[in-house]
Design a protein around this ligand. Sequence first.
Ligand code: SF4
Length: 359
Amino acid sequence: MTFQPPGAHGETFPVHQTKRTDITELSRNQLAAWFEENGMRAFRADQVMRWIYNRRAASFDDMTNINKGVREQLARHFSIRPLAIVDDRRAADGTRKLAFALEDDNRIETVLIGEKDHYTLCISTQAGCAMGCTFCMTAKNGLIRNLTPGEIIGQVMAAQEMCPEDRPLTNIVLMGMGEPLANYENVMQAIGIITDAENGLKFASRRITLSTAGIVPKIDLMGKDSKIRLAVSLNAPDNDTRNTLMPVNRTYPLEVLLDACKAYARVHRDRITFEYILIKGVNDSVGHAKQLAKLLAPIRGKVNLIPYNPHEGSPYSRPELSAIEAFHSALIEKHYTAMIRWSKGDDISAACGQLAARK
Ligand code: SF4
């Protein structure tokens, strides 16, 4: 059972009466509201957050600049619960796929990708996914549930601990399991803490990229609510092809989606990344490439071409190398910025579209 009194700034905060709440489930304002509701000063929220996110306190007892009575109140209502890693696999190229067990025994996967001098983390935002993209392994499970803000932040905190100081985690992509914009409130709350430069995890917004299948109203909202970068999983230059790959296209067809992208690029003065998974015989002809270049010409963006990563039971396959290169060249000839991205970690099923939730 959850008790949700309004906070000082109109916020509500989840406090479970039967079980202590993981403190990372609360935003800064929710935590400040909780302190005020309980007769304490709101600035305590900043102190507690610094202990949790900067100094990685393992218990409230570690918070030595907070008096004992306050610490006891905190311990009665809240817990500090890092996500439990239950599997850690390394690919030949060094990519690591981490599996986390959630409180309800669901599992999610996160991928840590090593670059020359830093790491990039691909995080999940849902257990499973309801979007039904026909090329994606996560879709096979359907949606199990949304991840909480704490479960989203927990993936980042766990990965940070694994990165050496001279090769830190600097970039985050929300491209793991789930459609981030279908879990909008929780994702935005997590982003708020991940980018909080004073008390949170201190990531620059420009180093965070959210990838969506194209939930247009939420793209518009995200343009107002945050400064993070936008990536769109496009995968086709026409509605007929996209309808067969991504059911969301029937609700928000290409022309509507691309208008939203144009607006996002304008407001943020940024380039949109378009991901295009190349699938043999489906969307990989030079004709498709020319159509794509024409479609995207009015938008400030770039295309990442991702050769399809086959998985068990998939009806699709990867195009020949010559077809991939011909597609790429056709985009370049039309002066559109495009790169071929060979997914990392495909020998441990950590590549794009290969993550799966299990119980
Ligand atoms: S590609 Fe992304 S949005 Fe589509 S089913 Fe897979 S996880 Fe969901």
